[in-house]
Design a protein around this ligand. Structure first.
Ligand SMILES: Cc1ncc(COP(=O)(O)O)c(C=O)c1O
Length: 462
């Protein structure tokens, strides 16, 4: 193992150097992949020397997500302490279902869940779990909502038309999860949003009441804290009243931006969260841990047990349920995603997490100010969002993103809102500085200036 760790260090050092010199990996077209790299598997073992060489080549050509050229998705950067925790999780290789198998690591997960619950304003009846991504924590929330509405479903299956409400701007995991849970995609009601992308609460009420009149069983409202494209926050307060009135489970999908919980300045964006039934957030997005680290917090942990607990004598052989979190998880074997969050949190404190979150809004303000003050840009974003959406010189957003990618300039994506397509810059990497954001725009401007032939630039009017 020591020899392998030395090799790891050698490759990691090469990667870090490579990231500095070439923040973008060379472009490898998917159709050329298996010709460009030695990936296919062969019958006989490789010589160690060839193995190392092949592995280094693979690493060097992999998209780099920790550099200041990666703005493509809702994660990025690299936090050293969190990486340390994750590397140790791999070495330890515990499974987080029982105290017997994971021991003190169960305490690490519990400490995180309990601390987050206290920040949410919840008491000791609350609980939570960590699952493999925000889609899965949303799924778990939907299953709890379903069983909360009708606990007999666990035995008998669904017999009524249950309905789920979510904004048109919410994540695609909601309809997928409706299909997995037996609720069905057709029973997802997409509620319109205002010009900022926030759910229209009075429309929600109207749709729920209409469903009730037509014999449906309203089951779950999903509010989004940070919509995937615009980074908008559904206003929670009016949803609480509606859900209370009709006994509907209220979940907040904070996968993208629920981490505003850690910020005194921005937690008003989730005002009312103490009154919801469940709340999820991805520490691998705003907090910057390695993928994946997705937390599901539940105000009444009895609902986690109701939906997920199952007896298994071959597994649960020691300790109380509280120390055997397999009883509240979707999976059986489960990776230790807690340690990386803990090593980060322990080292920087809750105040450090706040700094990480606030920095992203600061970077977004810098980007938005830049876009708003330069006439070649059109801005589609509002304040209090870390997604800065814009177009440059009227160039098609999808063409520009593709060319930047294929020419190894930048990784950035595009999105749409109200039939308008635009580039979405996400300032989720808190290790970036003002210069990195300004450099992002410079790269685009220089690239367009040098490659005018690639773009059908709209003619100048004067
Ligand atoms: C609002 C929202 N919810 C859920 C998810 C899904 O999270 P994951 O990619 O961890 O499954 C995302 C992912 O971007 C998201 O933006």
């Amino acid at each position: 193992m020591q020899k392998t760790l030395t090799l790891f260090q050698e490759i990691a050092t090469m990667l870090l150097l490579e990231e500095q010199n070439n923040p973008m990996a060379p472009f490898v077209a998917s159709e050329d992949l298996f010709e460009t790299l030695d990936i296919s598997l062969q019958e006989n073992p490789l010589l160690e020397e060839d193995f190392v060489c092949t592995l280094k080549d693979l690493i060097a050509k992999t998209p780099k997500t920790a550099t200041h050229a990666f703005f493509n998705q809702l994660f990025g950067g690299r936090n050293e302490k969190a990486v340390l925790g994750d590397l140790l999780s791999v070495l330890l290789n515990n499974s987080m279902y029982t105290y017997k198998a994971a021991g003190v690591q169960i305490g690490v997960e519990k400490a995180i869940i309990e601390k987050v619950n206290s920040l949410l304003g919840w008491n000791k009846n609350s609980g939570g779990t960590i699952a493999a991504g925000g889609s899965m924590t949303n799924f778990m929330a939907m299953l709890m909502a379903r069983d909360f509405k009708n606990s007999a479903i666990r035995q008998k299956g669904i017999t009524q038309k249950m309905t789920v409400y979510t904004s048109v701007e919410s994540h695609y995991s909601i309809p997928k999860n409706a299909s997995f849970s037996g609720i069905g995609r057709e029973q997802v009601r997409y509620i319109p949003v205002n010009e900022k992308g926030e759910m229209n609460a009075s429309k929600l009420l109207e749709v729920i009441e209409n469903d009730l009149e037509n014999g449906f069983l309203p089951t779950m409202v999903n509010a989004t804290a940070g919509t995937t494209v615009l980074g908008a926050f559904d206003i929670i307060l009016p949803l609480i009243e509606i859900c209370k009135k009709y006994a509907i489970w209220l979940h907040v999908d904070g996968a993208y931006c629920g981490s505003v919980l850690f910020s005194k300045k921005y937690r008003h964006l989730i005002e009312g969260v103490a009154a919801v039934d469940s709340f999820s957030f991805n520490a691998h997005k705003m907090i910057g841990t390695p993928l994946t680290c997705s937390l599901l917090q539940v105000k009444e942990k009895k609902y986690l047990y109701q939906s997920f607990a199952n007896e298994a004598e071959y597994l649960y052989q020691t300790d109380e349920d509280d120390f055997n979190p397999g009883k509240t998880s979707l999976q059986c074997g489960r990776r230790n995603d807690a340690l990386k969050f803990w090593t980060l949190w322990k080292s920087v404190g809750t105040k450090g997490l706040e700094t990480i979150v606030d920095k992203q809004f600061e970077l977004a303000d810098i980007a938005r100010n830049y876009v708003e003050s330069h006439p070649d840009y059109t801005c589609y974003s509002y304040e209090n969002s870390i997604s800065v959406c814009f177009n440059y010189k009227g160039i098609s957003a999808r063409d520009l993103c593709r060319e930047l990618y294929e020419h190894s300039q930048l990784l950035v994506g595009y999105g749409t809102f109200n039939n308008q397509e635009f580039i979405r810059l996400v300032t989720v990497n808190s290790q970036n500085e003002k210069e990195d954001i300004l450099n992002f725009f410079k790269v685009i401007e220089n690239f367009v200036a040098e490659n005018q032939a690639l773009f059908a630039l709209p003619a100048k009017t004067n």
